[in-house]
Design a protein around this ligand. Sequence first.
Ligand code: TYD
Length: 153
Amino acid sequence: MTDVLPQSDNATQPAVGRISPCRMVDLTEHSDPRGKLTVVEPGKEVDFEIRRAYYIHHVPAGAERGAHGHRRLRQLIVAVHGSFEVVVDDGYASARFVLDDPSRGLYVGPMVWRDMVAFAPGTVGLWLVSEPYDESEYYRDYDEYLRDARAIA
Ligand code: TYD
């Protein structure tokens, strides 16, 4: 991977994602004495149609996930409980986002390599994505990914 710049504040991240930049998205929250309800709606909090959802849970201590990129897929990643970090890399720059707030999500667009690390015990991560599952749409090999990512003008 390219060098990860030390970052502690998501607001100061370098732009990563040459097709569309990775960014934190504030979700719409309805809060009242009964608790909080958070909404993700296409056309509002995300600019893609949500065609699939999955969640990751029971991640063992020290486990790392991801290590792939997508050719077309767009996604919003939310730590609905607990926390983890997503390291994104577009072949030129990388950045680390801390996800620890269920009212904010990380948008990740096409042609971005990502690793998910530092899962706190009990974390549940939700992925809302733009495409049905299609293994042929993944990059699983970093060198292959890098070659194609660097071919993007
Ligand atoms: P994987 O891509 O390794 O997960 P992560 O991105 O968290 O590292 O996926 C784990 C397994 O789940 C793998 O066998 C593919 C399968 N899978 C599906 O069948 N459908 C899906 O929608 C997803 C995301 C994964």
